[in-house]
Design a protein around this ligand. Structure first.
Ligand code: GUN
Ligand code: ZN
Length: 454
């Protein structure tokens, strides 16, 4: 293993004191389903990740890297723990944090019974701020350092989200929801006001620090064709913004879209026709997409956020990951928690559910591929892999420490583990926020699990 830094030269003193994390370093560098293990996975049993001035300054074996440390560096020892890149949540609704685990119904009933009344409260900036604080605490507790986030239709909710992300210096992407029909009048807007509000938010937040804006039509049923076209023209004006929506989650929803857009050949074609597909567009779910629609996603480099805990919770269906991964050109894929329909903020738990959903849909996905989806794959899907998603020199120092012994059972099971891959698989199956002992954001400690914490 080579040391990734200017080889042999001491890392220079930065404007902040360097912090070096010592432990079992693991990161994807490429997609393990496309590249040989030796190229795809960085795996250093006794490794060191050096962070300074907010970025990763060196990564390598402890013996070779520690002599390069600047004199003032602090070394934090995490023996037996994994040092990994922060997780990337490719699809989550911060405003649904208060309604996670709302009892059972299918998507459309769940939206009208729980989601819309819940989102009405976000007209208040104060309430939005309160929820944003809980949401970001929860992300950090779970080792998530980047996310693509739905706010609500209210500008206030987006302002609260961005303010809090900025305060924590996190690489976050979000946007206010666009809806102009098929929702309560308290939550709908006009095409013009949705456009104006989004534009104002883009001008205020997009590209500020580590923040990015996503133009966010909720899904085809709640936007008129005019609103979808207006979203596409906004994206043309601001091409570095993402587009973020839902697609083909549930059979009843697909039927509804068919009846609302009778001139379109499929659900995906509604977005295609409006000019919304392409690199930088992220669509959640896709459970019900046809092979033809998946091919079109690949051809346009439109990304998919796979949300397994949500799909089982709402009984939406099972995404065949093999079907998605067979498409060429490839569909960029990330993993989304989709809280509040999703049942956990933990990307570890979401990896575990993705494995089960794959198994139930005659697919299979190995632990490194799951880890890829939760880190670098998600960063690729969100267009931020030049900044985050892996432990590489020059990337932003969003780094987590995973404790394989966080519970009695984990610790007991880990005694039999023979490889890093198996260790990741056990963590995905049995782990959750208890396994995240520390989360570093841009090189600063942002969360530390205290022993015995609940
Ligand atoms: N489709 C449209 N809105 C939503 C939402 O809030 N959650 C999920 N899971 N699907 C949606
Ligand atoms: Zn969603």
């Amino acid at each position: 293993m080579t040391v990734q830094s200017d080889r042999g030269t001491r890392i220079s003193e930065g404007s902040t004191r360097a912090i070096a994390l010592r432990g079992h370093v693991v990161s994807c560098l490429r997609d393990p389903s496309l590249f040989p293990r030796s190229e795809a996975i960085l795996d250093i049993e006794d490794g060191l990740v050096v962070m300074g001035d907010g970025v990763i300054q060196a990564v390598g074996p402890y013996d070779a890297t520690s002599p390069l440390l600047p004199h003032s560096a602090i070394v934090r020892e995490y023996p037996g723990s994994l040092i990994a890149p922060g997780f990337v949540d490719a699809h989550v609704h911060y405003a649904q944090t208060p309604m996670i685990a709302s009892y059972g119904s299918s998507l459309l009933e769940w939206l009208s019974t729980y989601t819309f009344p819940n989102e009405e409260l976000f007209a208040s900036l104060e309430y939005s701020r309160e929820v944003a604080t809980v949401f970001f605490d929860e992300l950090l507790r779970n080792g998530t350092t980047t996310a693509l986030v739905f706010c609500t239709v209210f500008r206030e909710s987006a302002n609260a989200f961005f303010e809090e992300a900025r305060r924590r210096n996190m690489r976050m992407i979000g946007g206010k929801v666009l809806m102009d029909r098929n929702a309560p009048s308290t939550l709908t807007e006009t095409v013009q006001s949705g456009y104006d509000d989004s534009k104002q938010l883009i001008e205020r937040w997009h590209g500020r620090g580590r923040l990015g804006y996503a133009i966010t039509p909720r899904f085809a049923p709640t936007s008129s064709e005019g609103q979808l076209r207006s979203a596409a023209s906004l994206r043309q004006e601001f091409p570095s913004c993402l587009v973020h929506s839902h697609v083909a989650e549930n059979a009843q929803e697909v039927e509804w879209v068919r009846s609302l857009f009778q001139d379109r050949s499929s659900y995906l074609d509604v977005y295609d026709h409006a000019g919304l597909l392409g690199p930088g567009t992220v669509l959640a779910h896709g459970v019900q997409l046809s092979n033809q629609e998946l091919d079109r996603m690949g051809a346009t480099s439109t990304a998919l956020a796979h949300c397994p805990t949500s799909n089982t919770f709402l009984g939406s269906g099972l995404l065949s990951i093999d079907r998605v991964r067979a498409v060429r050109p490839i569909i960029p894929v990330g993993l989304g928690t989709d809280v509040g329909a999703g049942t956990s903020f933990s990307l570890l738990a979401t990896m575990g559910e993705a494995y089960k959903v794959a198994a139930l849909s005659s697919s299979s996905i190995d632990a490194f591929s799951l880890f890829f989806l939760a880190t670098l794959g998600g960063a690729n899907a969100l267009g931020v892999s030049e900044f985050v998603g892996s432990l590489e020199v020059g990337k932003e120092a969003d780094v987590i420490v995973l404790n394989p012994h966080a519970s009695e059972l984990l610790s007991y099971r880990m005694k039999r583990v023979r490889s890093t891959e198996e260790q990741l698989f056990v963590l995905a199956t049995l782990g959750d926020d208890r396994s995240v002992s520390a989360t570093y954001v841009a090189g600063e400690l942002a969360h530390e699990r205290t022993v015995g914490a609940h």
